[in-house]
Design a binder for this molecule. Sequence first.
Ligand SMILES: *[C@@H]1O[C@H](CO)[C@@H](O)[C@H](O)[C@H]1NC(C)=O
Ligand SMILES: *[C@@H]1O[C@H](CO)[C@@H](O)[C@H](O)[C@H]1NC(C)=O
Ligand SMILES: *[C@@H]1O[C@H](CO)[C@@H](O)[C@H](O)[C@H]1NC(C)=O
Ligand SMILES: *[C@@H]1O[C@H](CO)[C@@H](O)[C@H](O)[C@H]1NC(C)=O
Length: 886
Amino acid sequence: MAWTLYIFLMIWTVCRGEIAAKCSAAPNDRFDCAPEKVLNKEECEARGCCYISEDDGLATGQPACFFPPDYPNYKMIDFTETKFGYSANLIRTKHTFMPNDLMKLHMDVFFETPHRLRIIMKDTTQKRYEVPIETPKVNEKADPVQYDVQFTQESFSFSVSRKCNGNVLVNTNVAPFIFADQFIQMSTSLSSQYIYGLGEHLTSINLDLNWTKLTFWNRDLIPREDANLYGSHPFYLGFEKDGSAHGVFLLNSNAMDVILQPAPALTWRTIGGIVDMYFFMGPDPKTVIKQYQELIGFPFMPPYWALGFHLCRWGYNSSAMTREAVEKTMAAGIPLEVQWNDIDYMDAYRDFTYDPDRFGDLPEMVKEFHNKGMKYVAIMEPAIGLSSSPGSYPPYEDGLKRGVYVTNETGQPLMGKVWPGTTVFVDFTNPEAHKWWHDMFKAFHDKVPFDGAWIDMNEPANNVHGSLDGCPDNSLENPPYVPDVVGKELRDTTICASSYQNISSHYNLHNMYGLFEAIATHDALVKIRQKRPFVISRSNFPTLGRYAGHWTGDVDSTWKQLYYTIPAIVLCNMYGIPLVGADLCGFVGDASEELCVRWSQVGAFYPFMRNHNTKDAKSQEPYVFSKKSVDAIRKATLARYMLLPYMYTLFYKSHIFGETVVRAPFMEFPQDQNTWTVDRQFLWGEALLITPVVEQGKTAVTGYFPAGMWYSLVGGAGFESKGEWKTLPAALDTINLHIRGGYIIPAQEPAMTTTEMRKNGMKLLVALTKNGIAHGELYWDDGDSLDTYEKGDYTLITFSAQDNTLVSKVEKLEKEAENLKLNVVGLFGIADIPKEILINGAPALDFQYLQNEQHLKIQQLDLALGSEFEIKWSFSSASSSVKVEL
Ligand SMILES: *[C@@H]1O[C@H](CO)[C@@H](O)[C@H](O)[C@H]1NC(C)=O
Ligand SMILES: *[C@@H]1O[C@H](CO)[C@@H](O)[C@H](O)[C@H]1NC(C)=O
Ligand SMILES: *[C@@H]1O[C@H](CO)[C@@H](O)[C@H](O)[C@H]1NC(C)=O
Ligand SMILES: *[C@@H]1O[C@H](CO)[C@@H](O)[C@H](O)[C@H]1NC(C)=O
């Protein structure tokens, strides 16, 4: 008796000990074993997982049911070296809790380039859906490489590390890998608490790892935190503890959740497709971004006019109102480049029509704008209204004949409800739809010579859930796991997931709907206009930037949203969509005068600058405000225009090298950890730091200045920062702009349109380091022709300063630049008044020196930029290098 009790006690103690050990993961290291529903203790343990209740210390966000280390996982077999890397098979013998587990997978590991590793895992028996984006094909193993990849066999996992220092970028051994037909989950460690990306979400620049769930399912929604928004970018950039950076991209377009937890760790959870994962080794953020863009493709080169000021509102309900907005903006002295119309112009909200009464003279209006040197952009919708009677709406009928619409279970066009009432939805993956879209654009363009297209509502948005006929009850509509989408169902505010598109189900293609529309729109515009296309899309997915720009959607007119636009635009640049902006003054709700002034100042530095308002809000065009505010908006807008040659040069660098146009301080100064969370300031390229006010009632702003010389463009002395926070005056008419020592910015005298402005004299802003060095460049072409760089029809001039001498070097010259004149050179960091200034050997005629700003301005230069020049300055020996401290 005593003996048996002893044995029982022993077994009991040992087992309890085992369970405790098995379930002993620290809270931050627990991975959710019940992602699809809430389980109680018994149900969780029946799954073979560990359970902890609130009484036992479960905190908000943490999973109650979590994996033990011995949860059944794949086993790796048949591991072989191949000519491109490795391959292996993964087998599992026990099912997980998800239906339709794949019991056997094939894995290929590609050493694609020295800095890019790719890992693919897919079914061995059946072809599964793969994202229809072409990526570079690599057949041979790169050698040497910057990464090391290691595997564990029995319970499969892999880790990727940096070869030179052993930093582990990801390790999947933190949780079991699950690959079921409609549920793929892979968890990985992270190399630090600092990761960036995984948009489109309303977040700060670095993501919060405190049990954050980020959901990807493109959706029409007024942006808010914790919601899936218009775009999906399953890419992040991560820092390692030593400040090296890498990137990870899961090329998958299905509905997805990404969970971040403080371990630090990340879980990818997608409901379809395959695992196709890329690792980019950097080792610094800018290089990571380039490497990512090398894979997805570099951004398109926008026309020069795209960089001017755009004006729009929903509620310009006649051509007369539209004209009035143009006239009043110009009368207020605000340059206006592009006037837009929202859906108001359409006849009964149908694409390719205009209202005969309110917009009867739309073609004439557009021609008038063209005569003013302006451009015109119109909105287009992917939802097509029906014909009320035969022949009443030919575009719909033509599309029906050509079979271009998304279809439902019975093979008929799926019907939903959008602006025109009952609508069908164009399936842009159908090659015939691509042609049809062009034909409709062409016919409309023959009547209304618009210059660009705004493609909205292309998530696609639908006012009924799924379709007018509901959605079928099948596994695509009701998958075993539904990511945390707003509305809880995939069909919410869009079309049925199971509807049919030409190349796959909408379930697979939903997140790419807007991308395919952007490609069709881009191609149509190129063919019709034979000029650079201008397309702005709301829905977005990787590769969009090759075809279109983006605006951040229907943001509220609030201070909080104004702040969020800064991380939003810099992250979009990281995703390879540099032509991006948010609606100036916000879209939804009334913008106060102060908010609108501050937003216009920030917006003047978005790559895409458009003021856009909703129908029932108070007017917010620049001209509606007090003189003081109009002056402030004009000042910021003119500052942007002055700097456009620099921004255009940055666009060239994004198009040719995959660089960002605007960037976060961490991208430029990764070795300074203070920058890793700075998201109320941003840079244009390397050289211009923008420090706006994004809070109400402030007349000063605190910003971070990384180590180096910084010179204010709005007055005041330059200073040398050791890497410090500084508080600067920022009256309502001021946005602080600093040029970084070491850089030369090309600029130009502004005008009311960029067409006029491009004839004006140029300026160089030269910001010297303490050692008197600076460099910069200017890219120039006709601003509108296709493929100017590719055809060699461009000018490239580099500038450099050292030893009290500024010289230019004409790397390449074409005719557009022949008449460009350099009129002004502004030198920052000149410690004393020069004794002599020589321009190509002749004394300068006109110059000004500001001691306090250490600024020397040389004017009336009249130098042809096409010819190389030399500007030299010298000091009287007494005052040259030795400065007397007072
Ligand atoms: C994480 O979030 C929880 C719940 O919102 C909160 O109580 C906790 O303080 C947060 N932890 C950190 C480190 O911010
Ligand atoms: C156009 O808009 C104005 C001002 O928002 C409004 O007063 C007017 O009724 C609108 N006209 C039409 C035809 O909707
Ligand atoms: C498919 O759409 C058509 C309209 O085009 C509708 O009449 C039909 O009922 C729909 N079929 C299903 C199964 O919903
Ligand atoms: C895809 O579109 C092409 C061209 O319109 C058509 O020939 C083909 O049948 C379509 N395929 C499917 C599966 O709808």
